[in-house]
Ligand binder design. Structure first.
Ligand code: PYC
Length: 400
């Protein structure tokens, strides 16, 4: 699907670090919408090998802040047409999304989110336990009597899943066909800056395959963001935590909607292949690692069985982890930075996959025009310095 380029050129108009969904989407829209094709996307590993291929593929726009709702709503709109745009089946499947509430205060948050969502035209509603039981008859609403029962939920009809690695392939192929160069196994070693009196500006990058001159550099990585920021003399409040996930053996279709429970620390959906795709909260410590643990598999299985006891004989077939760039307000960091020509698409914590198309759209606009796209203004790098946070913790899928 991709051209293999033996040599890096000595200069590109734009260099993008990270050949995951976000980096490739930015390259695709730079070429398609802004006519910028002299673009190199570099990845230290392989296409889609980071969090794009490691997430649990949940797509939704039921956020809490106006900035978040508008941004993710645009993403869902773009997702719907993506298979057509790419001429590649992404298995985009609208399933409906239930965020279960087990306490009165959780119900209050669900009502709050529903009202904000409706205000911006996003379909969400707070529903009672009877509605949940009718929609998911296999669920034990008493949670086996081990914890607080399900009192109701936030129901978000547009909630969807998609085949995650195909998203990177679709964007990558579309960018490649328009002349963008994708260079795998190409590691960023340093960023060259010059200051002619108006502050530092990007003039080039050093890689394990040689130097590249460029005046526009987009950082779209996860796990390595603090390292790249250090190369340009910037610091952010991002902390790296592992986020683990696992899948069951394939089962006959029985679970149509996506289920999330903050109290039980679990989210689960059934893929087109029949596997249950599951995850939980972040590992509670900082670590730069993608190792998996038995603790995780055991505790997630225990919570899954509280909701769905009939799954007790089902086998887990794979488990893995990604690295989540956590920000203090659970919102991303996007746009221009104090370094001229250095742009950030970062801080994607546990919420990045669903944003892939809108990130590509907004970051390509930002890079092409050297001006933040209006949809990302709430996610600016300098918001932490001004205590102007965009608090999305209440809309993260589970409590972290
Ligand atoms: O934001 O929906 C989400 C999500 C699901 C799993 C991790 N994050």
């Amino acid at each position: 699907m991709f051209t293999r380029h033996e040599r890096l050129k000595s200069a590109y108009d734009v260099v993008i670090i990270g050949a995951g969904g976000h980096g490739l989407a930015a390259a695709y829209y730079l070429a398609r919408d802004h006519g910028m094709t002299d673009v190199a996307v570099l990845d230290q590993s392989y296409i889609g090998g980071g969090n794009t291929g490691r997430n649990t593929t949940i797509i939704r726009s039921n956020y809490l802040t106006p900035d978040g709702v508008k941004f993710y709503d645009e993403s869902v709109r773009l997702w719907r047409d993506l298979s057509q745009d790419f001429d590649l089946n992404l298995f985009y499947s609208t399933r409906g999304h239930f965020t279960l509430a087990h306490t009165d205060s959780a119900m209050r948050t669900m009502r709050w989110r529903a009202e904000v969502n409706k205000h911006f035209g996003v379909q969400s509603e707070a529903v009672d336990a009877k509605t949940v039981a009718e929609a998911i008859p296999m669920m034990d609403l008493s949670c086996g009597g081990h914890g607080p029962p399900v009192l109701g939920a936030l129901y978000h009809a547009p909630g969807a899943i998609a085949r995650h690695d195909a998203v990177a392939w679709g964007y990558g192929r579309g960018a490649d066909r328009r002349g963008v160069e994708i260079h795998q196994e190409t590691q960023l070693l340093g960023v060259e800056l010059e200051d002619h009196g108006s502050g530092p500006a990007v003039v080039g990058v050093r890689t394990n395959r040689g130097r590249i001159a460029t005046r526009k550099l987009l950082c779209a990585v996860a796990g390595s963001t603090p390292g790249v920021l250090a190369m340009v003399g910037l610091r952010s409040p991002i902390h790296i935590h592992p986020l683990q996930a696992m899948v069951s053996e394939p089962l006959k279709p029985w679970l149509d909607p996506i289920i999330v429970s903050g109290s039980l620390h679990i989210y689960v959906s059934q893929s087109a292949r029949g596997e249950l795709v599951m995850g939980a909260s972040l590992d509670p410590y900082e670590l730069h690692s993608t190792r998996s643990t038995l603790d995780f598999a055991e505790s997630l299985s225990a919570h899954l069985l509280e909701l769905f006891p009939f799954l007790s004989d089902v086998r887990i077939v794979r488990q893995w982890a990604g690295m989540a760039d956590m920000t203090p307000d659970f919102a991303p960091i996007m746009g221009k930075t104090p370094v001229q020509g250095f742009y950030l698409d970062s801080g994607w914590g546990t919420w990045g996959f669903k944003a892939t198309p809108v990130c590509g759209k907004t970051m390509s606009y930002t890079v092409a025009n050297d001006q933040d796209h209006p949809l990302i203004r709430g996610f600016a790098f300098d918001r932490f310095a001004h205590y102007a946070l965009t608090g999305e913790k209440g809309a993260a899928s589970v409590g972290h």
